[in-house]
Design a protein around this ligand. Sequence first.
Ligand SMILES: CC(C)(COP(=O)(O)OP(=O)(O)OC[C@H]1O[C@@H](n2cnc3c(N)ncnc32)[C@H](O)[C@@H]1OP(=O)(O)O)[C@@H](O)C(=O)NCCC(=O)NCCS
Length: 320
Amino acid sequence: MRTTTEIEMKRDIPSIGEVDLWWLYASDLNEAERARCWAWMTPEERIQQQRFLRPEDQRMYLATRGLVRSALSAYTDIQPKEWRFTTDTHGRPWISGPRLQPTWIFNVSHSRDLVVCAITSQGDLGVDVEGIDPRRDILGIAKRFFVPEEYTALLALSQRTQQEQLFSAFWTLKEAYMKARGMGFAIEPQWLHVSMQPTLSMSFDRKVSDHPHRWAFSLGQLHTGHSLALAVSWGSTAPIPPERIPANAPNAPDTEPTSIFAHPPDAESTLPPLRDLGYRLVAHSAAKGLQVRLLHGREAIHAQPSVHTTPAKTPVTPSP
Ligand SMILES: CC(C)(COP(=O)(O)OP(=O)(O)OC[C@H]1O[C@@H](n2cnc3c(N)ncnc32)[C@H](O)[C@@H]1OP(=O)(O)O)[C@@H](O)C(=O)NCCC(=O)NCCS
């Protein structure tokens, strides 16, 4: 029999114009939560997890599988353990079972301790999260991988922290798109031109064989300094023939605003204290309306039945 919490957790899968963004910090998971995640993994995933040498990498792998499985199960009676995944040519994971019509789309990103999983019911979706790293040679990377206008925009900033923020914005927006296409770095970052002035917009080199009009982009910042970008399209997934793409085509004018709203706290919740993500929307392209809902991944993990979990035997490296 399902508990009240589980019934409450069965929510509507996001439809066109909506994305759910589930997140958690891997080090926040306690022993019982890690044991649940472990119990849901396939034997292959468990072997893969044990291959990581560093405890923090093992923890991240476990938290990612637990987050994806429990978040997907938040919309359905399919149990976290029942999900099966496959990867395509460039490594993008898909749901291979149980069969859904149409299949739901998810994408994962992690940076240090943070894991995010974006979910929607159809279309193409990519998410990327990046932390601030003061040791990075951002100007060197930008000179090599960004378009000249982006590099110049970075050079124009006098403070290193401002440069870091703009660099992360460019990088996460590009990577979110590269991931939404499922191609990763098979699409070169310099084929994508991000502009933050006067509003967030993107233009594509002809080699990309796609058009920015199909896409909505959203950029946020977390209190930790992380940048978080989403690229979403509910339009046709067929690449546009290069001859039909006008050179330097402008993005569509603003139509609908993007909004981000936090998941309201559950008064009945018995969860341990949840850390705040500290999400702040920085910019969005308004080519298409995009509603993003922030959801705490530990709630999804808690909402699932705790059968088959054996904390004492779970070979998961404890948190520091
Ligand atoms: C996808 C890619 C850009 C991610 O880079 P990253 O910044 O290191 O990682 P992120 O944390 O943002 O995202 C990693 C997650 O993206 C997902 N992912 C992996 N490949 C992906 C792809 N091609 N498209 C979309 N998502 C992908 C996975 O869920 C992965 O998490 P997991 O390994 O825990 O399952 C990079 O790995 C890449 O370019 N991969 C393509 C490699 C390729 O072409 N391989 C071909 C032979 S398999």
